[in-house]
Design a protein around this ligand. Structure first.
Ligand code: NAD
Length: 399
């Protein structure tokens, strides 16, 4: 029997719209899930976005006050897709209200916020999912499977780059993302939260690391106060204010399994738009995946060494590819990854079993990021494990 699932969404920007659309696409891609999501209520202080939620996305109602969503009797699950400074308060309140939630990364401004969310979720025993969408790329799933099966031998090298140009223009508006109060961490909370999660997902625990950071664009034009996306640009004569968190972080990693690795993240690189590379090399082979060519995996097998790397196209049998496309060579998109994530969430809710990708994994990811923060300050290797309080960084000190 099909069960109706009442959905409430907090924050109707890019991610709020994508979560809403993903719930609606579930029935089409995963008919076996036997759930009929119903968009009940959307919250956003921006009136235009409230209206859009009803008119375009099909919500029954909307509100400026997110607490209306938690108290709504028809809301069974909640999506939290607001700016980072609201994640902790909203996630803790949703857990306390006993409602399962699907929240965007990084799940707080600082690692300590995420630790608080972890405690609240554990106490309430609610099912959760976090926006680690890149995990679900079928070609990446195939790479992970090859590593787990031992097809590449013992993994010795891991290398990841997540570099983007979304803030590379000096006229890019000083949105909430650049504010210590509103975003907390900069690229560490943004792209590094994906990249650190991926390193753990693909190769397992990281024992220790060392990291460095930089601010390459130290001031930006102030925001107009309207709901602006992080791609928004200001007029050249707009008044500037300081960027309060890091643009760039890179780290050296020592995995518990013995592999050594590197991760580099940036929001201000010029050239690549969204280059997200994950590469692993074992004693018998290697894999390389790049989000720019999401549906391809580059595979090298030592036994075929004269053939070099070959391209394996995502196909039915790789992750959930078959739920989206019938055959190799037909591409999937970023938005499809979010439908997979919605499915992971809703399947967890229906079964009552917490599947991978939830708040416990976000806490593990934040332990890595907390160690990166400490290392950026101390300049030396730091052990991963403990989440320590974040410090406001000195912008002058790091550029
Ligand atoms: P956005 O600025 O497009 O949208 C945020 C929305 O939240 C805006 O509409 C804003 O008006 C609304 N909002 C602000 N205060 C609110 C409140 N008190 N109650 C309800 N709504 C409120 O931002 P975005 O790009 O959608 O990012 C949102 C979150 O998603 C961030 O945490 C970001 O890190 C994450 N994100 C994840 C991915 C991914 O790939 N998983 C991609 C982009 C963003």
């Amino acid at each position: 029997m099909t069960r109706t699932l009442g959905v409430g969404v907090l924050g109707m920007g890019w991610m709020g719209q994508l979560h809403s659309a993903s719930y609606q696409r579930l029935k089409y891609h995963y008919p076996d899930v036997n759930v009929e999501p119903r968009l009940v209520i959307a919250a956003d202080p921006d009136e235009g976005r409230q209206q859009m939620a009803v008119d375009r996305l099909g919500f029954a109602e909307s509100t400026a006050n997110w607490k209306d969503v938690l108290s709504h009797p028809d809301v069974d699950v909640v999506s939290i897709t607001t700016p980072n400074f609201l994640h902790r308060e909203m996630a803790v309140a949703t857990a306390e209200a006993g409602k399962p939630f699907w929240a965007e990364k990084p799940l707080g401004r600082y690692p300590s916020d995420v630790a608080d969310v972890g405690e609240a979720v554990e106490q309430a025993g609610v099912i959760t999912m976090v926006g680690f969408n890149y995990r679900y790329a079928p070609a990446l799933q195939r790479a992970r499977e090859l590593i787990a099966e031992g097809a590449l031998g013992e993994i010795t090298h891991y290398r990841s780059t997540f570099i983007a140009d979304y803030s590379s223009h000096p006229d890019g508006v000083l949105t909430w993302r650049f504010s210590f109060e509103q975003a907390g961490l900069g690229i560490l909370g943004d792209l590094m939260s994906h990249a650190a999660d991926m390193a753990l997902y693909v190769l397992g625990p990281i024992e220790r690391l060392t990291a460095q950071r930089a601010v390459f664009i130290p001031t930006r034009p102030k925001s107009s106060g309207d709901a602006e996306s992080h791609f928004a640009r200001a007029a050249e004569d707009a008044e500037h204010a300081p960027v309060e968190n890091e643009d760039y972080v890179s780290a050296l990693l020592h995995f518990a399994g013995g592999a050594r690795g590197t991760i580099e993240t940036s929001r201000v690189v010029v050239g690549p738009h969204v280059r997200y590379v994950v590469e692993a090399h074992g004693t018998e082979g290697a894999v390389a995946w790049n989000f720019e060519r999401m549906n391809e995996l580059r595979l090298y097998e030592r036994r075929n060494q004269d053939a070099g790397y070959r391209t394996v196209y995502a196909e039915p049998g790789h992750g959930d590819f078959a739920h989206f496309q019938p055959a190799q060579g037909i591409g999937m998109s970023f938005d499809d990854l979010k439908v997979m994530e919605a499915h992971q969430f809703v399947s967890s809710v229906v079964s009552g079993e917490q599947l991978p990708g939830g708040v416990p994994d976000a806490v593990a990811m934040m332990q890595v990021i907390s160690a990166m923060e400490r290392s950026c300050e101390s300049g030396v290797w730091e052990d991963v494990g403990e989440i320590t309080p974040s410090m406001r960084m000195s912008v002058e000190g790091v550029a």
